[in-house]
Design a protein around this ligand. Structure first.
Ligand SMILES: [Zn+2]
Length: 309
């Protein structure tokens, strides 16, 4: 207790008289009694009791008091000791001080001096032969923010591509929708060839989207709501194999998403005709098919929005 009061007096003096007041000092008042016990009075939490013993998520562990970044999740390992263990710290973030009796080495935040735990060397638990044994309560985890995954592509066939393009282009996060053909057996088919039913292609749109703004599932749901996925012979008045309903998937995850949505729709009593097909080369249609309704200044005859989810 005497030690703790001493720290407070010291910090109070620092706060009042130091030229640059340590910005984390007010934070000390909001610490719980147990946090003060560990961070200031160098206490130790019970093994296997802390919040971060088994966490494996990607991110950074920062000092509970001052917010300094101390450990990267990539350096965390399972030591089975009951405390979060790291075989390295962020360079310069941790200060090592041998205990008075020389038996152990204490680790503290190099920025504010808060107690973290102890470091052990020579245990041969990892290649770095080092274990920072840290109290969970001394840390705060900052999950790595989802990084922009860049632009992704999705492929949907739902009848005349003019209408599918028209609606999907209006979704936030969609950068570009291109009308074209997929799934046939000749390269670079012309519209005439496809219409004559000889090529096996489906009128398909390529959706380029920002995955950090809109999910594949959102796009797929929209797809199922802007065409009739129960029609088996085409779409609306457009009858023929090139107008069939299909999703061309590029990953197992996309396939799972479409299967899930089809199940939901079937659960609502709809008999879904939409096929799930593996993605294949996409051939852009002739220029006059692109942004058809926009150029024409009209709205689709064959597609409309129907809420199904
Ligand atoms: Zn700190």
């Amino acid at each position: 207790m005497v030690k703790m009061i001493g720290v407070y007096i010291l910090l109070g003096i620092v706060a009042l008289f130091a030229e640059d007041v340590k910005p984390w000092v007010p934070k000390l008042n909001s610490l719980s009694a147990f946090e003060k016990h560990v961070l200031i009075n160098k206490g130790t939490e019970m093994p296997f009791s802390g919040e971060y013993v088994n966490t494996k998520e990607d991110g950074t562990y920062v000092c509970k008091v001052c917010g300094a970044a101390l450990y990267k999740s990539g350096d965390k390992f399972d030591s089975h000791c009951g405390w979060p263990s790291f075989d390295d710290a962020i360079p310069g973030a941790i200060k090592e001080t041998p205990d008075e009796d020389g038996s152990r080495t204490e680790i503290t935040c190099a920025n504010c001096g808060a107690h973290m735990g102890h470091v052990f060397k020579g245990e041969r638990l990892t290649a770095k032969n080092t274990r920072h044994c840290v109290n969970s309560v001394s840390l705060e985890f900052q999950k790595k923010k989802a990084t922009a995954q860049g632009l992704q592509k999705a492929y949907f066939a739902g009848g005349c591509f003019w209408g599918v393009e028209y609606y999907l282009e209006k979704i936030d996060g969609v950068k570009e929708v291109t009308s074209g053909f997929m799934g046939g057996h000749v390269s670079n088919p012309s519209y005439e060839e496809v219409v004559e039913h000889g090529t096996g292609h489906l009128e398909t749109v390529e959706v380029v989207y920002d995955a950090s703004k809109v999910s594949y599932e959102t796009l797929a749901k929209a797809f199922f709501e802007i065409h009739d996925p129960t029609q088996k012979n085409g779409q609306g008045p457009d009858i023929g194999s090139q107008y069939l309903s299909a999703v061309f998937v590029s990953t197992p995850k996309e396939r799972e998403t479409i299967e899930k949505l089809i199940k939901i729709l079937e659960g609502k009593g709809l008999q879904i005709a939409t096929k799930i097909l593996p993605s294949a080369p996409f051939y852009k249609a002739e220029g006059y098919h692109q942004n058809y309704y926009e150029h024409k200044g009209s709205t689709p005859y064959c597609h409309r929005h129907v809420k199904r989810f």
